[in-house]
Design a binder for this molecule. Structure first.
Ligand SMILES: [Cu+2]
Length: 172
């Protein structure tokens, strides 16, 4: 073995050690010294449709029932803590099904899907839920939502924290 190959071997070993060192912090994610500190502001939701165009008469089309109405809630979630957190779910009695969604552009079409593994709220940062982005989907809304109404949502985070939010209904 000449000196060159010896150096190469040493470098390979050093690289292997570095890889192990890098992999380590990722694994025990629970072992965080810090804590998240979540607050929510500017929570609002779209009115359910049916108020604007079809006042009284149904536009000759099929029979639209009250069920099947959807809305979406938006807000700013702030984290003043020094550990990241994740919004896992939202609940409330305003709708039959409530999911955290993301709107995406796909082949020029707006699609939306449920956020898997929750929505990250960075440490000392915030995440904004807004039209054409992240939102809390309210499916099969149980009563008409008119501008000026409010309803409650409870947000559940991965840290175990729950945050109660008053959502105001208004036009976008
Ligand atoms: Cu949605």
């Amino acid at each position: 073995m000449n000196i060159k190959t010896l150096f190469a071997a040493a470098a390979a070993i050093a690289a292997a050690i570095a890889l192990v060192a890098c992999a380590a912090p990722g694994t025990p994610a629970q072992n965080t010294a810090g804590q998240s500190d979540i607050s929510v502001k500017d929570a609002w939701a779209r009115p359910t449709i049916g108020t604007g165009t079809s006042e009284g008469h149904s536009h000759g089309s099929s029979d639209k029932t009250m069920s099947g109405m959807n809305s979406a809630a938006y807000m700013v979630i702030e984290n003043r803590g020094n550990a990241p957190d994740r919004l896992l779910s939202a609940s409330g009695d305003v709708a039959a099904t409530i999911e955290v969604h993301e709107t995406k552009q796909k082949d020029g079409m707006m699609m939306m899907e449920a956020v898997k593994d929750g929505l990250e709220v960075p440490a000392n940062g915030k995440v904004e839920l807004k039209p054409a982005g992240y939102h809390i989907m309210l499916m099969d809304v149980k009563r008409e939502l008119k501008p000026g109404d409010t309803f409650k949502l409870t947000l559940t985070f991965r840290s175990g924290k729950t945050v109660a939010v008053d959502v105001a209904v208004r036009e976008p």
